[in-house]
Design a protein around this ligand. Structure first.
Ligand SMILES: Nc1nc2c(ncn2[C@@H]2O[C@H](COP(=O)(O)OP(=O)(O)O)[C@@H](O)[C@H]2O)c(=O)[nH]1
Ligand SMILES: [Mg+2]
Ligand SMILES: [Zn+2]
Length: 349
């Protein structure tokens, strides 16, 4: 038996054919939603490495072998009010069956079930007919590596704070990676300079690296060993270069596999699990502008900015929202806080 590998639709549910009425499709979707039950994580035999329309590439946990898989509908549809754009996301643990056939130079398989996740990060995306769907960037992470450069491109504090809030809200550890340190002036100890000084003082972990010169790469490799880590940040900050430096030559394979399936484009527009030593699962992502913060209650946002509370006005019941005499207004991340708060209130997320 060979799975049907279908076209280029962005939405895997779009493949149901025009002859079926919209009503019937909706009913089918509803009933299949009700059927799906996530598997226990110990049932997994593979991890999702890359997602294409209607299929995905997985790595078998036993021997790292890769399979190109289609989805068994009943096995992958998940419960939930907001649909996800794909039936699986990179980092998902899955149970797959090998089919004993080959396509585009890869052995084929079928995803029969998806395991319950420990966490996920997603981006809200527009669905059909004005609905909202979730585009899951990655699932099951131990660590979010927030990659940022001081210049080329310039440091973007708002983006780093957004990533920090989203990861902390999803209860995932964070590491800020200060890249391109070869561009810093040799004479000044830049580690203690802004913007890094601020984050160090707030208690965040910072790794200083240069993919180009190799500074900090061995220490970072050690820190990330065995971890499921998502690399994220503004495009151009050096995520892919850093992963290449951490992995040596292994990263070259990513593009090749994608070309084989005719989906080369996707390596730059979606997350890819690139592997790593000793069972590490390192994931490269495209330049993500934001993670979904929709699950965060606006009233609770200040918890992710503990320095606001420490500024001295909280005792008086101040919400740090522009009140007269608010001491928190002088803290460095105050404008980030206000901007994120505003976007939560306006429902932009
Ligand atoms: N000077 C310097 N340039 C770097 C370094 N790392 C990456 N770059 C350059 O920054 C640009 C963007 O790198 P890339 O890895 O594609 O960034 P990504 O978009 O975050 O994946 C490329 O031109 C790289 O050569 C570094 O450590 N030092
Ligand atoms: Mg990149
Ligand atoms: Zn205040």
């Amino acid at each position: 038996m060979c799975p049907k590998f279908k076209g280029d639709s962005e939405d895997w549910l779009d493949d149901e054919g025009d002859s079926v009425s919209a009503k019937a499709r909706a009913a089918a979707r509803k009933s299949s939603h009700a059927r799906a039950t996530p598997l226990a994580p110990e049932k997994a035999n593979a991890v999702v490495a890359e997602v294409y329309p209607n299929q995905c590439r997985v790595k078998l946990l036993a021997d790292d072998r890769e399979l190109l898989c289609a989805f068994r509908r009943a096995g992958v549809l998940q419960k939930g009010e907001i649909r996800e754009r794909s039936p699986v996301a990179v980092g998902d643990l899955v149970f797959v069956k090998e089919l004993g056939t080959r396509h585009a130079e890869m052995d084929q398989g079928l995803v029969e079930g998806v395991c319950a996740r420990s966490n996920r990060l997603y981006r809200p995306a527009p669905g059909r007919e004005g609905t909202q769907i979730h585009h899951v960037i990655a699932a099951n992470m131990d660590l979010v590596v927030i990659v940022a450069s001081e210049r080329d491109p310039d440091f973007s504090p708002g983006l780093v704070d957004r990533f920090l809030v989203a990861a902390q809200a999803a209860r995932i550890d964070t590491l800020i990676c200060a890249t391109k340190c070869d561009l810093w002036s040799v004479d000044s100890p830049q580690r203690l300079a802004p913007p890094w000084k601020l984050y160090l003082e707030l208690g965040f972990e910072i790794a200083e690296v240069s993919a180009k010169r190799g500074d900090g790469v061995a220490a970072l490799r050690e820190r990330l060993k065995g971890k499921k880590a998502l690399f994220c940040g503004h495009s151009g900050v050096g995520k892919t270069s850093l992963l290449r430096a951490l992995l040596g030559t292994e990263l070259g394979r990513v593009g090749e596999v994608s070309q084989a399936t005719g989906k080369g484009r996707h390596t730059t527009t979606a997350t890819v699990l690139v592997g790593g030593p000793d069972g590490s699962q390192w994931m490269d992502s495209p330049g993500i502008r934001e993670f979904g913060l929709a699950d965060i209650d606006a009233e609770k946002l200040a918890e992710f900015f503990p320095e606001l509370g420490r500024a001295g006005c909280a005792k008086t019941g101040c919400h740090h929202e522009g009140e007269e005499g608010c001491a928190a207004a002088a803290t460095p991340r105050y404008s980030s806080f206000r901007r994120i708060l505003q976007s939560l209130r306006s429902g932009e997320n």
